[in-house]
Design a protein around this ligand. Structure first.
Ligand SMILES: [Zn+2]
Length: 224
């Protein structure tokens, strides 16, 4: 899953309005940033098998340190705790939301991956395999993203015109990257796939930080 992960990131702002969008962009892809780096270091492994699924050609046969359930939960607890320690307000709520955002990665991957997500390192692997069906997989990612995006727009208000435009630009960048992701021929070697993925996720975090600048938390409506 790629852009669908950002649905929970946008939705997180609705759940805890003091948490910056960029923190949530980083959180939902924390597991994949670590994965990209570990793949580049040849600690976690993938094989490129053309036609492996309808959406991509990656046989993700070894990723216990990032995509096993216990590893994901460890990322989630650590990330939530770090946020709670550093935040100036809504420490507990913010920490919980950041932890849930990190964990959401595994559960949204679960919908699309073929069974390659270990319940524990060396244990049974799960994955509902929606990547075997191109359009349903794309629709799921788009729906998750749009749902979160709408919640985000409702939870924040623009600082002037730039605040109206910036989130739409971010949405278009995400959609464009998804099209490139599913149409471009995959890189030849695993290391460059890992590095380029991690780099894209970090750059998107930077773009989210720019959008943060252009919007502020909406005051809750009097009707609640
Ligand atoms: Zn992943």
């Amino acid at each position: 899953m790629f852009i669908g992960h950002y649905g929970p990131a946008f939705a997180g702002v609705r759940a805890a309005r003091s948490v910056p969008l960029w923190v949530l962009f980083l959180s939902v892809q924390a597991v994949d940033i670590a994965w990209g780096i570990l793949v580049a270091l040849e600690i976690e492994k993938l094989r490129i098998v053309p036609g492996f699924t309808e959406v991509n050609a990656f046989d993700l046969y070894f990723m216990p340190y990032t995509h096993s359930l216990p590893a994901t939960l460890a990322f989630s607890i650590a990330g939530g705790a770090i946020y709670a320690l550093l935040a100036r307000k809504e420490q507990v709520l913010g920490g919980v939301v950041v932890g849930l955002a990190i964990a959401s990665h595994w559960f949204t991957d679960l919908l699309v991956h073929v069974p390659d997500l270990a319940l524990w390192p060396g244990g049974p692997r799960v994955g509902f395999g929606l990547w075997q069906h191109f359009w349903p997989a794309m629709m799921l990612e788009g729906a998750l993203l749009l749902l979160g995006f709408v919640l985000y727009l409702g939870a924040t208000s623009p600082r002037g015109l730039v605040g109206r435009v910036a989130p739409l630009v971010l949405l278009l960048v995400l959609a464009g990257l998804q099209i490139i992701h599913v149409t471009a021929p995959p890189a030849e070697d695993a290391a460059s796939i890992g590095l380029s993925s991690a780099l894209v996720f970090v750059l998107l975090t930077g773009l989210a930080a720019l959008v943060d600048w252009t919007r502020r938390p909406a005051s809750p409506s009097p009707r609640g």
